[in-house]
Design a protein around this ligand. Sequence first.
Ligand SMILES: [Fe+2]
Length: 139
Amino acid sequence: MKNVLYIVWSDENMVGIPIIDEQHRGIISTINSLYYFIQTGHGSEIIKPTLIMLEQYVAVHFKTEEALMAEAEYPALDEHIGLHEDLVEKTRRIAADVNRSKDTDMVLKFLKEWWLGHINREDKKYAPSLKKLIDAEVP
Ligand SMILES: [Fe+2]
């Protein structure tokens, strides 16, 4: 199914902060690329480099989010950082294990559920605080 995206981005996933939405789309796009290569039979060669790329991009994304939350004095910052650390650890473990397990379905399912769940449940909680911060900067 080369023409089917694993995760179809919907505007309902947007949190309303332009740079955050842009980065979230980038993350979903990377997961879709991983799915594409698995479907085309190249999963085993591509899964490791894609997970490394994802790990690096996610680090940039979390830095962006955490800096904005700190600037906005978001009260649940520490709790949110804890969720990020948990994901980084889980993704690292999956990346380290992936050659052995070859369980690509599990990797995809985990990434899809974690990201859509995190964006829609956790990131949306900070959206009002960050929007206020961004609106205050608009001249
Ligand atoms: Fe987050």
